[in-house]
Design a protein. Sequence first.
Length: 413
Amino acid sequence: MKKKIIVIAYKFPPFPGVGAYRWSKLCKYLAKAGYQIHVITVNWKKTTMNTLDDDIHHKNIKIHRIGSMYPLGLFSRRDQNLLYKLIFKLFQICIGKILYFDDMAQLWGWRLVPYCQNLIKKEKISVVIATGHPFQSNRWAAIIKRRNNSIKLIQDFRDPWANDPDIKRNFFSRIMIQRWQRFSVEGADAVVAVTKGLLEFFIDSDSNIKEKGVVIRNGVDTEFSIKGIRRSKKIPKNIIKIIYAGSLGNKRDMVLCELLKVIEKKIDIYHTIKIDIFGGSSGYISSKFKSLISREVINFYPAVKQKELFKKMAEYNYALHLNNKGNYFAASTKIYEYAFLKIPTFSLNYGGELDYLVKKFDLGISVNLEIDNLELKIGELISDKRKYKFKGIEQFSYSYIAQQYSDLIQSMV
């Protein structure tokens, strides 16, 4: 008989962002496998249509929504109008930097810890899993473990915490957060990260901690978004159509610039390349590469629903993937989606996880901007006649990933 487990997931449906994706999918497949899952989350209000809601309706999933002592309503509405945005900004300046200088779960423990202690006793819970961001969920989970030593604790990390290269901290907060991270990792029975590079942020040379480290990746729900979509027979042969889907933020536009500068410089050679960008926008790109836009080498389109987007992807020669230098350890879910759609990836990266994945699983062309000649790689793209193998991509399905988690849980109880 499968065990009862607690999953502490601050971001969980109906939270609409990407932070809810991993554990809505894992809960879905673990519940199907027979686990009785108690999800501890907060009172998110449904503000948009969210397909993740369908994942969590299962008899084996019970959701407990408890107060977080954070103004979630204000947070959710901050982008709806100028007034909410102003009030939220004032909150951050006056209160947030004091009480929530790390993240929004910083005071959650006052309710989370006693609630989980009662639930552990009542339901005879044997395993607790905490996922961050927000990482204060992981800290509170370590406190729960300390007070309930019989349980096994898995700390699940989707992003860097104390070593996040994109966050600047003052001396006090940096020291505190480093201590919290260390406490959270040392108190765990297993430490899971979504990539090998990310795991290295949490596991240092201490052999006692190193033995706890496990990589369990993100992936694709093949029963939902990818199902039934096949590569189009209308893929053009006289031009190279490339699709990019998603944000150009987090310095991805700077990575794209490297590609566009080469194309613009030798436009007479590279004029057959057409890049369609869905959902992303960049004033910098638009102003700097007006000639490429006028020649329709670059085309911007609004975001579309995921299923529709995947159907469009199937009509392109390549999918573009961008990873900036500071995020060498990261791998967004797009790389796994492209793989299942059998669309070769043209990946611009700085080594690390993306370079590894593209080469290891034969997903397309990887350009390590640190060492590779970009012009030669673009030439390879134009003349490319290869049939990529997409070998071992079943490892990117959430049914496979959930089985990895199940194996980890079973090994601990």
